[in-house]
Design a protein around this ligand. Structure first.
Ligand SMILES: [Zn+2]
Length: 471
């Protein structure tokens, strides 16, 4: 029995690991690589295995960097089951469809501009077919997915229905427990529960997106958002919030509801300008059983979600375009979260050169994205082929991240039983190394950072490198 590390080892996006045990092959996630054009081109490359040979997939959560290549896997010959949480299936329905639509649009654009053979990565129909083949599980429900391989999902507190995965593997006389973190959320974050206890494991694969830093204290983050809204109100501008449709948008609306009076939000018009975020919100508000105590109590008192009176859900393009006429008093939540497409780009064009406007960055910005350029403080950015000076005021609000910081990751690892081998994945190179050192200092865990193609023998926890280490 072994695990081969494939994606999410050298770069942050594109999670995918290959488990081989008892004569079966199981994929843990099958994510899309996101970032610059060169990085995204990698999605088209052949898988380092024959998709027809994969017996099953276990999907940790809906985010596209974990699920986005599943339709492609199906196209290329995979016909087995995909196990994931019920709620993740709902979210994948909209996420994978959106991913397919973007890809179809791109292909059409390229065909128009001379590349006649340009094809989408997959079509909307193929995405829908993939989702219809998913099998839903509940948290804590143990399912033997193949002889000798049992799966249990636990709440990872990252986005709705996100899971970390426990795999109990038996091969002959040998039994081992592997825990794959997927993406882990922050403790005490709004709406969602804390990540569950890690429990017994012989091997743990842990993400490290924010393994080198500590998020700002949540209360301070709230105070900061309150101050930005107040300042912005005085300066008569708009506030733009690029946000991921799933998770961040709902969290923001929830926080707006909780702080409605304190932040004097009655003086603003709030726009959720994203058809996908609107759909995702419906799923979020539907799955009350997956919320934490505080959110349930809040709903009981408010009787409405989200409790924001002047909220406009601008699903249609014409509605979205009307926002262009508003020069002050609009809080616009729009995708994409990393500004590399979507309606937020249109709003940036209207507002980025205006010093009275504010941009609030609330999530991770991958290398090569427009959001990353903005966060890095570029004085000029290109939007739809034209240069714009960045004169709007920029705020990076760290405390709202869907990912736990290094202390959250540490807290989760501390909830382990036994002394598992820890493998660090899903972070930028320097971050993984920094997190490795942090774990060594804090809890004397000597973790390993696998590279693509490396294989870990699960019985012995010995790592075989695909390439010898440089001396
Ligand atoms: Zn995620």
């Amino acid at each position: 029995m072994e695990i081969e590390f494939y994606g999410a080892t050298r770069r942050v996006t594109g999670s995918c690991h290959i488990l081989r045990a008892n004569g079966f092959t199981v994929l843990l996630d099958c994510g899309l690589m996101q970032g610059s054009r060169e990085v995204e081109a990698l999605n088209r490359e052949p898988f380092p295995f024959d998709p027809a040979d994969i017996d099953a997939v276990v999907l940790s959560h809906g985010h596209i960097d974990h699920s986005g290549r599943l339709p492609l896997l199906v196209n290329r010959g995979f016909s087995g089951p995909i196990y994931t949480h019920h709620g993740t299936i709902e979210l994948c329905r909209i996420l994978l469809r959106d991913s397919a639509m973007l890809s179809e649009n791109d292909a059409r654009f390229m065909q128009k501009h001379g590349q006649r053979n340009a094809e989408p990565l997959y079509t909307v129909e193929q995405a829908q077919q993939c989702v219809s083949g998913m099998t839903g599980l509940r948290y804590g429900e143990r399912r033997e997915i193949l002889p000798g391989i049992a799966v249990t999902l636990f709440d990872a507190g990252h986005i709705l229905a996100s899971a970390f995965v426990r795999l109990e593997i038996t091969e002959g006389e040998t039994s081992r427990t592997l825990v794959f973190s997927g993406d882990l959320g922050q403790y005490d974050s709004p709406i969602l529960n804390d990540p569950e206890t890690l429990g017994h494991a012989d091997t743990v694969i842990v993400e490290s997106t924010y393994g080198d830093r500590q998020h700002r204290d949540f209360e301070k983050t709230l105070a900061e958002i309150g101050e930005i809204i107040e300042t912005s109100c005085r300066e008569c501008g708009n506030i733009l919030i690029p946000a991921f449709s799933i998770g961040r948008s709902q969290e923001l609306l929830y926080l707006f509801g909780m702080n409605f009076e304190k932040w004097k939000l009655d003086q603003w018009q709030v726009f959720l300008d994203s058809p996908m975020a609107i759909e995702a919100s419906r799923i979020y508000w539907h799955y009350e059983e997956l919320w934490d105590e505080e959110a349930r109590l809040f709903r009981r008192n408010m009787r409405k979600m989200p409790p924001v009176g002047n909220l406009h859900l601008t699903g249609r393009v014409e509605e979205s375009m009307k926002i262009n006429d508003i020069h002050e008093g609009a809080i616009i939540i729009a995708g994409s979260g990393m500004c590399n497409g979507g309606r937020i780009v249109h709003h940036l064009k209207r507002n980025i050169e205006r010093p009275e406007c504010h941009i609030i960055i609330t999530g991770f910005q991958a290398e090569g994205t427009l959001g990353r350029q903005i966060v890095e403080g570029r004085s000029e950015v290109r939007l739809h082929g034209r240069s714009y000076r960045v004169r709007a005021q920029l705020h990076t609000v760290g405390g709202l991240s869907a990912h736990g910081d290094r202390n959250d990751l540490l807290r989760w690892l501390k909830s382990r039983e036994g002394s598992p081998k820890v493998m660090i994945v899903h972070g930028e190179e320097s971050v993984k190394e920094s997190f490795r050192e942090f774990l060594l200092d804090e809890i004397a865990i000597d973790a390993l950072v696998p590279k693509p193609g490396d294989r870990l023998d699960l019985a012995s926890n010995q790592l075989r490198r695909a390439e010898p280490e440089a001396q």
